[in-house]
Design a protein around this ligand. Structure first.
Ligand SMILES: [Zn+2]
Length: 64
């Protein structure tokens, strides 16, 4: 009487197919917060969050 067991579901034996960690978001490119730091005049990235001044050309970088 082993016919019953041959029809057992194989889902549990298939193993977890998607057990990848969820703490690694697959974002492409730079975070949005860095876009605010781009100088509108020369495109340089400022060291601090706006409003600040561009370290390259001295332009004022306002918050978007
Ligand atoms: Zn600049």
């Amino acid at each position: 009487m082993q016919d019953h067991w041959s029809h057992a579901p194989a889902d549990a034996a298939a193993g977890p197919a998607d057990d990848r960690p969820a703490d690694e978001p697959e974002y492409g490119g730079e975070p949005a917060c860095l876009l605010d730091r781009v100088c509108p005049d020369c495109g340089a990235l400022t060291e601090h969050s706006p409003p600040t001044r561009c370290p390259r050309c001295g332009a004022t970088v306002e918050r978007a």
